[in-house]
Design a protein around this ligand. Sequence first.
Ligand code: ZN
Length: 130
Amino acid sequence: MDSGPVDNHSVGGDVSLPFACRHEDGSGRADVVLKPRAIQCALSRICGVCATPLTRPIAFVGSSVEVSFAEFWFPPVHEACGQQLVDAGRASAMVLTAGFDLLRPSTRGAPVSFRANSVIEAAGTDPTQG
Ligand SMILES: [Zn+2]
């Protein structure tokens, strides 16, 4: 599989409109993960922010609830890219993991999700907060 850029807009971590939220024409909404992109990230093992190949540890970002279940809507990202999403306020917590599973929906048209299957470290999950 070609490991080069997926499209003209795909390279460069841009947390204002991450790869996973960006259509090929560059449009999209930062709060809407595109299902084809999510699947592409999982199967090609590329970052949901910058679309370059993932390195370990793999990071997932989301709400504290997502972290507590180790299940996420946003595709896997680099640790640095995940930290940018947290810093930008687009996620409240991040976990580092050695691997993940793509969870395909049982209902046609429903979004896919991701399960971190061996969490190394969870950050942003202070039990005294919410
Ligand atoms: Zn990245």
